[in-house]
Design a binder for this molecule. Structure first.
Ligand code: ADP
Ligand code: MG
Length: 252
């Protein structure tokens, strides 16, 4: 059995005395696609904040390969190969799809320099590859603001992929998407597993079922892991059902 690449152990984080994350243990293996579910306020986004250095734990360890992430800042953690996608898409609205990918490919060089710098054929190939992967090849010359909500989300995933992260943390990608966009997003994430390790936070149970057929689901509740298992086991678990039943529509 291989070792996990990301080890979160006994982590807690309080805000004004409220334990958003409480003795959390979480292990991610290389190439894994893990889905994290849980009611609103369960601590899912805070969990991402702690991994990415946006927030620091009060207690516990977060180790990524050999590095102790609790000692590093957001920028340093990102440089280690941990990319995060927030819920709302953030793309350069007045640049084309192609330019958006170029800008993320060239990192910190700056908008002007990136757009006027001569591109290597490797860079062009990489952008073409990303365009195909996110299925926006035919929309490469549209301004990002002309894209649908779902397409903007895919573009942002493409921009994250440009830096070839080892781990992708993706927060509620299907929120606000049409059913068809949601399904395509599932296909995209499934195609990334293996090459990247992914943690996907999601509410939409149809979507969770699609992406978590053969992979693990972690259920967060009050900042801790309530249950971990295959989708069918999660769905059948009485404790999980109880936590969700009070919430109505998100019932798994
Ligand atoms: P989820 O993403 O599962 O809906 P969150 O992680 O956003 O839940 O929030 C968990 C709890 O932590 C909530 O009660 C929220 O109000 C609180 N919380 C999260 N971040 C902060 C913060 N920066 N300041 C104060 N409270 C916070
Ligand atoms: Mg959240």
């Amino acid at each position: 059995m291989s070792h996990p690449i990301l080890n979160v152990e006994d982590v807690s984080k309080s805000y004004d005395g409220f334990k958003a994350i409480s003795d959390l243990n979480f292990y991610l293996f290389e190439g894994e696609l893990r889905t994290v579910i849980g009611p609103n306020g369960a601590g899912k986004s805070t969990f991402f904040d702690l991994i990415t250095g946006r927030a620091k734990p009060d207690m516990g360890r977060i180790q990524f390969f050999e590095d102790d992430l609790t000692q590093l800042n957001e920028y340093e953690i990102n440089r280690l190969g941990i990319g995060r996608k927030f819920q709302a898409p953030s793309v350069y609205r007045n640049h084309t799809v192609w330019e958006n990918l170029l800008l993320s490919l060239s990192g910190t060089r700056g908008v002007f320099a990136a757009l006027f710098h001569r591109l290597s054929s490797d860079q062009r190939d990489r952008i073409d590859e990303l365009l195909k992967l996110i299925r926006l090849d035919e929309k490469r010359d549209l301004h990002a603001e002309q894209l649908s909500h779902g397409e903007k989300q895919w573009l942002e995933i493409g921009m994250l992929l440009a830096s070839d992260p080892k781990v992708l943390l993706i927060d509620e990608p299907a929120a606000g998407m049409t059913d068809e966009e949601t399904h395509r997003t599932g296909e995209l994430l499934l195609s990334l597993a293996g090459k990247h390790s992914l943690v996907v936070v999601e509410h939409d149970m149809t979507f969770v079922k699609q992406i978590a057929q053969d992979t693990g689901v972690t259920v967060l509740h009050q900042g801790s892991v309530l249950f971990e298992g295959k989708f069918d086991e999660v769905q059948a678990n009485p404790q999980v059902r109880e936590v969700y039943l009070g919430r109505g529509k998100h019932e798994p």
